[in-house]
Design a protein around this ligand. Structure first.
Ligand code: NAD
Length: 492
C-alpha cells in the first residue's frame, strides 16, 4: 500500500475533501488486492462549479492571449517536472494499474514527451495566410473552443491524459479532466504538477468521479464546448449521442479487435516476437492489442507450435519484479469478464492451446492474474473474434491468400490497428492500403510516438490524436478578411 491519506482534488484553488467528509473512491492494487490509494470523490454537483471556474479562467485569465512561446514555456516546465518526479509517479501508476515497473517508467517518459512535443508545436504552429482574390488580406486562424472535457480510461492514464491536456492547453483551452474511477490517482498528481509549473488557476481541473454521474454531467453541461474521450465503444456511443444533440465536436478513441497477419515469407522469429508483444504486452489491456492472429495456412501448424511454446514461457509475475513480462489485469471483475470470454470460446468449439486459467503461483494468489491464452479452431465470425476482450487472449485463424486475409481482417466492426509480417514489400503495401485500420504496422507492431497521428476507422473512433492532428482537434478555425481596397464596396 502506498498511501492511506485521502487525496483531495482542487476546484479553483480550493481543496475538496480536505476539510469536509466526502465519499471516497478507493483504488485497489491489482497485484495483491491491497489499497493503492483513496481519493475524494467528485460529484455531479462539483461539475457546475468546475465549469464556471474553467469558463472564467478561459475568458478572463490571459492564458489564451499569451504569446504561443509563453504558453509553451509552461508546457515545457510541466514536462520537466514530470521527469523530476519520474520514480514516484511510476510507483503510483504501478500500484493503481498493476503495470510492470519498466512500463510505468516508460509511461512517465512518454507523458513528459507529450508536453514537450506540444510545447514545441505550440511555438512553431503557423496560421495560414490564404491567397487573396481581390484587394484584401485573408487568413485562417486556430482558435480554442473554451472549456474542453477530457474523459479517460484506466489502461494507460498518464499517457491518455497528457495526450489530451497538452494540445488542448497549447491551443488556449481550459480543461476539465475526468480520469477513470479505477485509476484516479495519477490525474490528481498531474493536476498538481501543472499548477506547480505555473499553469494559471482554473485552466485544468481534475474531477475524480464516476462515469455515469460526473462523466455524464460533464458531457451534458452547456458550458462544455468540446469533448475528448478515450474508452470503450459503447461509452463512446453514449457520449457522442449527447454531443450530437448539443452540436459540439468530439474526439473519440475507442475499442479495437486488431488483425495481426503473418505470411509464409515472413521472418518467423521476428513475427513470433511481434505477435507475442502485440497481444500479451500490458496483459492484453491495450486498445491496439493484436488480438486476432491470421497465419497463412502453409505455415500455420509450425508457427502456432512455436508461438504456443514461447507463450508458455512468458513470466507472469508481480509488477515490481524486474523479470516480470506480464502483470495482472485491472480488477477482479475484469478478470471474470476475460475468463467468461474464454468460456464462450470453449463453448463455441475453440481449443485452448495454452493458458485459459488463473496461474497457480502462490505469490500471485491475492492479485488478478490470468495466464496468456491462445485459442484456435474457430472462425472469424465467432464471438471471441468479433468482441473486444481487452485481456491476454489471442484467437488464431488460418488464411489462404491475400484476398482471403483482407476479407477476414476487415470483417469486424472495429478498425483501430493492424499488423503485417512479410518480406514482400509490394504485398505489404497493397495490404496496408486495403486494411480498414487507423494504424498499420509492417514488420513491427505497437510502435507509436507523439508526432504520428493516432485514431480509429469504423467503430474504433472519430478524429485523430497526436501530431499536428492532435492540435487541430482542440481548435476551431476562424477566417479573417482584412479589406485593403481604396474605394467603397459596390452594391450589386
Ligand atoms: P469505459 O468506456 O468503461 O470508461 C472510460 C471512461 O469513461 C471512464 O473515465 C469512465 O468513468 C467514463 N464513463 C463511463 N460512462 C460514462 C458516461 N455515460 N458518460 C461519461 N463518461 C463515462 O472504458 P474503460 O473500461 O475505462 O477502458 C477500456 C476501453 O478503452 C477499451 O475498450 C479500450 O479499447 C479503450 N481504449 C481505447 C484507446 C484508444 O486510443 N483508442 C486507448 C485506451 C483504451
Amino acid at each position: 500500500m502506498t498511501n492511506l491519506n485521502i487525496k483531495a482534488f482542487q476546484i479553483g484553488g480550493k481543496w475538496i475533501g480536505d476539510d469536509v467528509r466526502r465519499e471516497v473512491i478507493t483504488s485497489i492494487d491489482p497485484a495483491d488486492g491491497s489499497v493503492a490509494g483513496i481519493v475524494s470523490r467528485a460529484l455531479p454537483s462539483d461539475v457546475d462549479e468546475a465549469v464556471e471556474i474553467a469558463s472564467q479562467a478561459f475568458k478572463n485569465k490571459p492564458w489564451r492571449k499569451l504569446r504561443p512561446d509563453q504558453r509553451a514555456t509552461t508546457l515545457y516546465t510541466i514536462g520537466s517536472r514530470l521527469l523530476a518526479e519520474r520514480e514516484s509517479l511510476a510507483k503510483l501508476q504501478m500500484n493503481d494499474s498493476g503495470k510492470p515497473w519498466k512500463e510505468c517508467l516508460n509511461m512517465v517518459d512518454m507523458a513528459a514527451g507529450n508536453f514537450r512535443y506540444y510545447a514545441a508545436v505550440c511555438e512553431t504552429w503557423q496560421n495560414e495566410v490564404t491567397s487573396p482574390r481581390g484587394d484584401y488580406f485573408s487568413m485562417a486562424m486556430a482558435e480554442p473552443f473554451g472549456v474542453v472535457a477530457a474523459i479517460t480510461p484506466w489502461n494507460s492514464p498518464l499517457i491518455s491524459e497528457s495526450q489530451k491536456i497538452a494540445p488542448a492547453l497549447a491551443v488556449g483551452n481550459a480543461v476539465l479532466l475526468k480520469p477513470s474511477e479505477e485509476t484516479p490517482q495519477l490525474a490528481i498528481e498531474l493536476g498538481r504538477i501543472c499548477s506547480e509549473s505555473g499553469l494559471p488557476e482554473g485552466l485544468l481541473t481534475v474531477l475524480p468521479g464516476y462515469g455515469e454521474d460526473v462523466g455524464a454531467a460533464l458531457v451534458n453541461h452547456p458550458g462544455v464546448r468540446m469533448i475528448s474521450f478515450t474508452g470503450g465503444t459503447d461509452t463512446g456511443r453514449i457520449i457522442s449521442s449527447s454531443a450530437g444533440r448539443r452540436l459540439i465536436p468530439v474526439g473519440m478513441e475507442l475499442g479495437g479487435k486488431s488483425p495481426h497477419i503473418v505470411f509464409e515469407d515472413a521472418d518467423l522469429d521476428k513475427a513470433v516476437a511481434g505477435v507475442l508483444s502485440g497481444i500479451f504486452g500490458s496483459a492484453g489491456q491495450s486498445c491496439v492489442a493484436g488480438s486476432r492472429l491470421f497465419v497463412q495456412k502453409s505455415i500455420y501448424q509450425k508457427f502456432i507450435k512455436e508461438l504456443v511454446e514461447r507463450t508458455a514461457k512468458i513470466r507472469v509475475g508481480l509488477p515490481s519484479d524486474l523479470t516480470t513480462q506480464m502483470g495482472p489485469v485491472i480488477s477482479e471483475a475484469h478478470r471474470q469478464k476475460i475468463a467468461s470470454y474464454v468460456d464462450i470460446g470453449r463453448a463455441e468449439g475453440g481449443q485452448i492451446l495454452t493458458g485459459g486459467r488463473i496461474p497457480d503461483i502462490p505469490a500471485l494468489k491475492n492479485g488478478w492474474f490470468y495466464m496468456p491464452t491462445i485459442i484456435d479452431g474457430l472462425n472469424n465470425s465467432a464471438r471471441i473474434c468479433q468482441e473486444e476482450i481487452f485481456g491476454p487472449v489471442l484467437v488464431a485463424l488460418p488464411f489462404e491468400n491475400e484476398e482471403d486475409v483482407i476479407l477476414q481482417g476487415n470483417d469486424s466492426v472495429f478498425g483501430l490497428a493492424a499488423g503485417i509480417w512479410t518480406s514482400d514489400y509490394s504485398r505489404a503495401w497493397r495490404i496496408a492500403r486495403e486494411l480498414e485500420a487507423g494504424s498499420v504496422w509492417i514488420n513491427t507492431y505497437k510502435q507509436s510516438h507523439i508526432a504520428t497521428p493516432f485514431g480509429g476507422f469504423k467503430d474504433s473512433g472519430i478524429a485523430r490524436e497526436k501530431g499536428l492532428h492532435g492540435l487541430r482537434l482542440y481548435s476551431q478555425v476562424k477566417s479573417i478578411f482584412w479589406g485593403m481596397h481604396s474605394n467603397p464596396i459596390q452594391l450589386g
